[in-house]
Design a protein around this ligand. Structure first.
Ligand SMILES: O=P(O)(O)O[C@H]1O[C@H](CO)[C@@H](O)[C@H]1O
Ligand SMILES: O=c1cc[nH]c(=O)[nH]1
Length: 247
């Protein structure tokens, strides 16, 4: 059956998927694939399917926020997807995380609304240890430095209390802040799908979020270089962790 939002059906989707937020990032992932074709582009959900070193892979954008990310996870799961890695951007919650540094999420603080509609807050948003190790291993092999730990996902970018909330999570050791990881990890786990997330830092801790996100769209910045690294790492992690799908 063709899914109503992503407009894909099972035979058009690979068992392993990368999930950027931004539809434009889907085509930047395409640059790393052997070959690919666009399957659908509806609302914020752009999907391509292709191969990486002969391994089938699909890339679907989730849009901004847990609500749309949860729709993407649900509809991809309904298409038979077994493995998902979010490739996102984030703001640092610790000093010492530079622009373009990669953060591998072991789990996420669930400050989003979407995942809380599925299960109470006491339910943890935990990444697949197998995929997380595959991401760390890929960073190691590609000699790309990374930070591993918890991230925090929220729903509202411009709230008045944001600085105080970030300071609180800073004291608790959270590494980065984004808007989809918690929903992706929670909904994927509820649906029996293995999921993980790697985030490219685009805003320094206590930095100007508008400036950071604004500069990220310029392809020559450290943030854009970080994005290339996170794509490479995620594709390598999928390649080495999805034995069944290799040619
Ligand atoms: O770059 P993506 O993957 O969209 O991720 C981050 O960027 C958006 C905000 O600028 C939010 O979606 C946030 O989670
Ligand atoms: O600070 C940031 C940067 C990107 N995305 C977020 O959710 N927060």
């Amino acid at each position: 059956m063709k899914q109503p939002h992503i407009l894909c059906q099972p035979d058009q989707v690979a068992p392993q998927v990368l999930l950027p937020g931004d539809p434009a990032r889907v085509l930047r992932v395409a640059d790393f694939l052997d070959e690919w074709k666009e399957i659908a582009f509806n609302r914020e959900f752009r999907t391509i399917t292709g191969t990486y070193r002969g391994m089938p892979v699909t890339v679907t954008s989730t849009g901004i926020g847990g609500a749309s990310a949860a729709i993407a996870v649900e509809e991809l799961a309904a298409c038979g997807v077994r493995t998902m890695i979010r490739i996102g951007s984030a703001g640092a919650v610790q000093a010492g995380i530079a622009i373009g540094d990669l953060i591998i999420a072991q789990g996420a603080v669930r400050e989003d609304g979407a995942s809380r509609m599925y299960v109470p807050e006491a339910y943890p948003a935990v990444a697949s240890p197998r995929l997380t190790l595959a991401l760390e291993d890929a960073c190691f092999k590609l000699a790309i430095p990374w930070h591993s730990g918890l991230v925090r996902s929220h729903d509202s970018f411009y709230i008045d209390e944001e600085a105080a909330i970030m300071a609180q999570w800073n004291r608790k050791g959270v590494l980065g802040s984004d808007m989809e990881t918690a929903a992706v990890l929670t909904v994927a786990r509820l649906r029996g799908v293995e999921a993980a997330a790697i985030l490219n830092n685009v805003v320094l801790y206590e930095g100007d979020v508008k400036e950071g996100v604004g500069e990220y769209v310029d392809e020559t910045t450290a943030a854009a270089e970080g994005e290339k690294r996170e794509i490479q790492v995620a594709l390598e992690a999928l390649y080495h962790s999805c034995e069944d799908s290799k040619p």
